[in-house]
Design a protein around this ligand. Structure first.
Ligand code: 5GP
Ligand code: MG
Ligand code: MG
Length: 203
């Protein structure tokens, strides 16, 4: 999509090279995902947001989950949880995954249907570590919704239960996906430009 046809914040004008997925298209896809997801549950669902990147997807997904009914025509009660997971520095995974959620909250997941909401699966390492870690807490079920999955040769083979879009092997930003914490305030999902990479690079 051509940049000049969309609203890009002035402060990012030079920092993105193209729009991969406009905001409206993301929202439409999430609406459909929510319909599919809710139809497959019959009880209280704990939706667990992986911070910070998953936050916007989580917020929009939960809104739709509340408005749809499952296959028995019932609205389901939904609980919200948050987990902080980080592994990236600049645009590459450090391979070292930090997970933070309190022990008390983790024990509270026992016997529950839990849906993890993530922004993007790249190598799959973050999600595999997180699922491995959560298994200890005896959940009733554990599934993953990721808005994006990257087509990369470095994938460990992990495929989420629900996926919004498959994206090319580029570093993408926007809709809460960041580059060193920048670009979360951009609605469309964009490819970062070489200028943007340099401007926001950490030493
Ligand atoms: P993985 O462990 O699958 O390689 O990486 C997963 C995490 O890395 C994602 O949750 C996300 O935070 C970050 N990540 C991977 N690819 C991208 C990308 O293209 N753009 C952004 N902004 N973050 C990414
Ligand atoms: Mg993430
Ligand atoms: Mg990030």
């Amino acid at each position: 999509y051509k940049l000049e046809h969309f609203n890009i914040p002035q402060h990012y004008a030079e920092d993105v090279s193209s729009i991969l997925i406009p905001h409206g298209l993301i929202i439409d896809r999430i609406e459909k995902l929510a319909k599919t997801i809710i139809s497959q549950y019959s009880d209280r669902l704990v939706v667990c947001c992986v911070l910070k990147g998953g936050h916007q997807f989580f917020a929009d997904l939960v809104n739709f989950l509340k408005s749809f009914t499952n296959s028995q025509g019932k609205n389901l009660p939904i609980s919200l949880d948050f987990i902080r997971v980080s592994s990236y520095e600049n645009d590459s995974s450090t391979g070292h995954v930090k997970i933070s959620m309190s022990e008390k909250e983790l024990r509270g997941l026992k016997g529950k249907d839990v849906l993890i909401v993530e922004d993007i699966i790249d190598t799959g390492r973050t999600m595999v570590s997180l699922l491995e870690y959560l298994k200890k807490f005896e959940l009733k079920s554990l599934k993953v919704a990721s808005l994006f999955i990257k087509r990369t040769p470095l994938s460990n083979g992990f495929i989420p239960d629900y996926v919004g879009f498959s994206v090319p092997d580029l570093f993408i930003v926007g809709y809460c996906l960041d580059y060193n914490d920048h670009f979360r305030d951009l609605n469309h999902v964009c490819a970062i430009s070489p200028e943007g990479k340099i401007k926001y690079q950490n030493e």
